[in-house]
Ligand binder design. Structure first.
Ligand code: AMP
Ligand code: ZN
Length: 465
């Protein structure tokens, strides 16, 4: 598989450190509010990457942190007169609800900063001992001039960056690009003791510590949104490589931003949407499908109309799957004919196109086009006269591709499907024993659930309204 590596600025063949294993770290959210629709993009993109690699047979260790100490969390805690963990626990729960809605697989580990403080202090101490960091008045800074590779991810030269900055007279930093590892704070409630006095860790150090603790000194893939390349990921590389003396991550993947009506989302412009509020208008499944309909390194635009179009497209795929299912469950012909066998072989092409697109730096946009080609093919070649075996094979193959993209909400649908099918069976029994009042009342009950039924030669068909 080819992955575009931000570190080398080109697509590279993916080679894991250990055969069949992937160690992957994705920067997670700061938990002081609901996540917004843009934050949903890295969730869905890197979950799809993970699902695809698992489909290819890799065992993926997937670590995503929660930043649960931050001024924004503390301010909210003060406003509400509660402790910091009341706020962070609340929004971790909400993020998890959203992620589950988006059908994102749970991470292998979700470390939280407040639970990793001793390890953070250890790494800061280590950086000082190795000469990469210095302490000044209770603050600890990373000395960028001491790390020769500083700027290699974002393609910047330290001299150029420094010349654009000035050190303020009262600043403690030795050089303008130095960044903070530990900051002194007075309020007892939100600080930890350290060799440099009471304080809190800077933002960047947490990811270096957590990646090392949960995945090791060198990991396969590090990922996040494009805004994190500089300074966050550049600083993570500096910290980790300085302390470990080894490459930090072999591949760096970054998703492009999501814009609203072609504009950057911002609270002040009034074009800011939480994922939760969007999910009240469009299902999570539609949002996920929309997020995958563009390549992850292209900006995508979010508008009501685009979401509506995504909804229609997704319905076309789901209707095709439902038709195939109906046919294989109700067909009286068991085995494939020779012609069907030929069609089935021909349909392999759609899977091949799908895989080819995914292999090319996770091109989900083209992968979805391949699914649409498959839908067109199925709609014109599978019908009520087809054999069970043929319809089932086509269904399974199409379903497999949708499942790799995490498009099918399997469990929930299956639960309601079972209930619907149970009611339909009861209605059939009532009709058989000529209890038409009961049959009608079951039909009405189904209607109330948003299900219409149709009696056909091959049996009862049902649709969601
Ligand atoms: P934050 O809470 O701002 O650190 O963001 C969490 C994740 O969402 C990071 O990987 C960001 O890069 C990503 N992100 C933030 N805003 C957007 C956006 N508008 N579009 C896509 N990704 C975003
Ligand atoms: Zn990070």
């Amino acid at each position: 598989m080819k992955i575009y590596n931000t570190l080398t600025n080109r697509k590279e063949e993916f080679v894991p450190i250990e055969e069949n294993k992937i160690k992957m770290y994705v920067c997670g959210p700061t938990v002081y509010n609901f996540i917004h629709i843009g934050n949903a993009r890295p969730y869905v993109v890197f979950d799809t990457f993970r699902r695809y690699m698992q489909f290819k047979g890799y065992d993926v260790s997937f670590v995503q942190n929660f930043t649960d100490v931050d001024d924004r969390i503390i301010n909210k805690a003060k406003e509400e007169n509660v402790s910091m963990d009341v706020i962070s626990n609340r929004y971790i729960d909400e993020v998890n609800k959203d992620a589950k809605g988006l059908n994102v697989l749970p991470a292998t580990h979700n470390p939280r900063v407040t639970e990793e403080i001793p390890e953070i202090i250890e790494m800061v101490k280590d950086l000082i001992e190795k000469g990469y960091a210095y302490e000044k008045n209770g603050s600890v800074y990373f000395s960028t001039e001491g790390f020769a590779d500083y700027g290699k991810l974002s393609n910047r030269k330290l001299e150029d960056m420094e010349s654009g900055q000035r050190i303020e007279i009262d600043e403690e930093k030795q050089s303008p690009m130095d960044f903070i590892l530990w900051k002194p704070k007075n309020d007892k409630e939100y600080t930890w003791e350290s060799p440099w006095g009471n304080g809190r860790p800077g933002w960047h150090i947490e990811c270096s510590v957590m990646a090392k603790k949960y995945l090791g000194e060198t990991i396969d893939i590090h990922a996040g949104g494009e805004d994190l390349v500089f300074p966050h990921h550049e600083n993570e590389i500096a910290q980790s490589e300085a302390v470990n003396g080894k490459p930090f991550a072999n591949y760096w993947m970054h998703n492009a931003f999501l814009n609203i009506d072609n504009q950057k989302m911002s609270k002040s412009k009034g074009n800011f949407f939480t994922l939760r509020e969007v999910s009240e208008q469009f299902s999570y499944e539609v949002i996920r499908f929309f997020l995958l309909s563009g390549h992850y390194r292209s900006r995508i635009n979010f508008t009501h109309d685009i979401l509506k179009a995504a909804e229609t497209s997704l319905t076309r795929i789901k209707t095709s799957l439902a038709n195939l299912k109906f046919i294989y469950e109700n067909s009286n012909v068991l085995n494939m004919t020779e012609e069907e066998n030929k069609f089935l072989l021909e349909s392999k092409k759609f899977e091949d196109d799908f895989i080819k697109s995914m292999e090319d730096d996770l091109n989900t946009a083209d992968a979805i086009s391949a699914i649409f080609e498959f839908v067109r093919f199925a709609n014109s070649n599978v019908n009520e006269n087809s054999s069970k075996e043929f319809a089932k094979n086509i269904y399974d193959n199409m379903f497999k591709l949708c499942d790799i993209l995490g498009m099918e909400e399997l469990k929930e649908d299956n639960e309601t499907d079972k209930e619907i099918e149970g009611l339909i069976a009861k209605r059939q029994e009532a009709k058989k024993s000529k209890d038409f009042a009961k049959a009608d009342s079951i039909r009405n009950q189904l209607l109330e659930m948003g299900i219409t039924i149709e009696d056909t030669r091959a049996g009862v068909r049902w649709h969601r309204l």
